[in-house]
Design a protein around this ligand. Sequence first.
Ligand SMILES: [Fe+2]
Ligand SMILES: [Fe+2]
Ligand SMILES: [Fe+2]
Length: 421
Amino acid sequence: MILYTISPVNLMRTLTMALDLAVDGINLHQKRVAIMCGYISEKMGLKPQDEQALLSAALMHDIGAASFSDERKRLANPHYLGRPMEIFVHAENGYILLKDSEPFSSIAETVRHHHDKWSGGNPSGLSGDQIPLHSRIIHLTDRVDINIDKNKQILSCRDDMKKMVKANQGRIFDPMVTDVFLECADKESFWLDLNIPDYVNTFQSRMNLGGAPYTMKDLLKIAELFATLIDRMSRYTATHSRSVSGVAVFLAKLSGFSDSELELMKVAGLLHDLGKLSIPNTILEKPGPLDADELLTIRQHTFFTYRILSQIEQMDTVAAWAAWHHETLDGLGYPFRLNANDLTLGARIMAVADIFVALTENRPYRKKLSQDVVERIMRDMVKNRKIAANIVDNLLSNYKLAEEIVLSQENWTQPPTIMEV
Ligand SMILES: [Fe+2]
Ligand SMILES: [Fe+2]
Ligand SMILES: [Fe+2]
């Protein structure tokens, strides 16, 4: 039995990279909020485990919007005048995603209230110090980051930001947190650190003190959470990651993988499309054919999957199994242009599982394909040296069982997405 001990800090760092992939909207925003939270926590003298909880929540506070590129863009705009309650939607969605997802369930409440106003009038009914302290800290630092004019020299924004926060002290922001912020804001370093969002790592490394290592069980839970985020990006792929994971594990079992390898395969399947978080929903949901640029954008996703997962310790194998599913045996796949010499059995299995699931799912531009058509397409791909013959043989001789895995996922429902609060 292999023991996986993954440092929570490292995993958090890695996964927030996935959440920051969005090319527009709130990218890097959560890291900057975490940096400010680190300053405030230090000034307030929070205990290491409280600081860890605060920074984790800061790094994931907008997770409820991660699957929706329009919402991410709206959140980044300080002048957006939507319906007054709209800002609470992603906070509630974040709470729903996190509350049952150990090991993050402890930050769910913080995320839920990160837009609650100190003076009340919130959908939660909370006001003042009924609102969790960590939510109050994230709320203030979040508004600061969103209101900073990113086109200006950052130090020239300092006075405006102090004025904005002061003007809302006791109304939108906690008076005590406001005072701590104003003290921190005097330091130039507080602002200059925001220009290097990766400085968050320095704060995070302090968190090593607090957290027990994650186990495989934790990793599976986290992988499921991210699979949900990935799959809710499009109503056409609501269960894609879970289905690919199921079929890949099934094929790996037929190939004689050990129990611990099967667990890794499950994680790899759940996360194989992790990099899709970088693709705007409009592309993923486009009913017609994609134009050249859209195709290039879509094709980036496995590159990001690899770059993110390969940073987690002991997860090199998972990264390769997950991210090489668009590489082909003839060396003409992407993005690493690997070939038959490089592609391990696990990677070959994932490619076959992904194609099978894609063909047996309904898509915006076509219905799911029949067994005859699926068989013909996959045999052709074998003939053209795209995918592995032995794995395709295994799959096609167990077609009904594999199809059942995909069908059974259709009973799994996404956690509800709240559109109105
Ligand atoms: Fe937010
Ligand atoms: Fe935010
Ligand atoms: Fe993919």
